[in-house]
Design a binder for this molecule. Structure first.
Ligand code: AMP
Length: 282
């Protein structure tokens, strides 16, 4: 399996194997890989003759220095997991300098307001960091298809917006959320939960499923109040936000419309670990 640490070496290899018949599928990640990441890679392998994945903990998308410092870094294990599905996948695991060349700052992006909701509200600058790294990686890898998880649904919509607005020639594919057997959405941050917390965190998906049921007959406000109350009874959980929003604009649902698609979004702290999840409501 090929692992590149510099963009120069990666680009020169990709140039040597690409031609008009090849298609490059790309899966950007921050490592600490789990089945969710591997499902994106499997999807990419189905459609593309070349599959590249990046493993890079991007400092500019972290607004909380402790979260960045404690983000799990497990390159050797990650490589083994990738190998277990295919030894043809090309890994790009750069240093911060290889990406940022001494200037570790974000560019500013206008995502037509998508960046001002939910994650954008609670993690200022986060989506400028995401836009900066994904644009940079797209320039390096030049993929035909790029795969992103619906787990980070707001990010998925923002990347689609970015490639449309900046006319980047890549097709963005959204992939379904992979969950633990108890329903907890798989996340690299789950590694930081105790066994007990991991068990208890199943409540997040249970509440999302209940909210999906309730939303069939109740308004977004009623459902939101119900969710807030449900978390008040759980001392180990601090609800940061629960929002029912239009899937396209990400604006909160004020009055239900039959022609719109809605989704519930949630961010919860389990002690100090911040988890997010989402579910489609119709
Ligand atoms: P991350 O390493 O957290 O930046 O995630 C890399 C990619 O994997 C992103 O597109 C995520 O949305 C996706 N991803 C993360 N967790 C899951 C999951 N549980 N199921 C499916 N995709 C996921």
């Amino acid at each position: 399996m090929l692992i590149f640490n510099t963009q120069k070496d990666l680009i020169s290899h990709l140039n040597s194997i690409s031609n008009l018949d090849t298609s490059i599928g790309f899966v950007p990640t921050m490592g600490a890989l789990h089945q969710g990441h591997l499902s994106l890679l499997k999807e990419a392998l189905l459609k593309n003759s070349i599959v590249v994945t990046s493993i890079f903990v991007n400092p500019t998308q972290f607004n909380n220095p402790e979260d960045l410092a404690k983000y799990p870094r497990t390159l050797e294990k990650d490589v083994e997991k990738i190998k277990s599905i295919s030894d043809k996948i090309i890994v790009y695991a750069p240093s911060v300098d290889d990406i940022y060349d001494g200037q570790t700052v974000s560019k500013h992006f206008d995502f037509d307001g998508l960046e001002n909701q939910m994650e954008g509200k609670f993690r200022p600058g986060h989506f400028d960091g995401v836009g900066t790294i994904v644009k940079r990686l797209f320039e390096i890898v030049k993929p035909n298809f790029a795969y992103f998880g619906e787990k980070d649904f707001q990010q998925l919509q923002i990347i689609k917006k970015m490639v449309t607005k900046l006319e980047i020639p890549v097709t963005i594919i959204g992939c379904p959320i992979h969950r633990e057997p108890n329903g907890l959405a798989m996340s690299s941050r789950n590694e930081r939960l105790t066994r007990e917390e991991r068990k208890e965190a199943a409540i997040i998906f249970q509440i999302l499923k209940q909210s999906q049921k309730l939303f069939k007959t109740k308004s977004a406000t009623v459902v939101t109040e119900w969710v807030k109350k449900a978390f008040e009874k759980k001392p180990n959980f601090q609800l940061e936000y629960f929002q029912i929003a239009d899937e396209d604009t990400l604006l909160p649902c004020i009055k239900k419309s039959k022609i719109k698609k809605y989704r519930a979004f949630i961010a919860v702290f389990v002690n100090k670990i911040r988890l997010i999840d989402t579910i489609s409501l119709n």
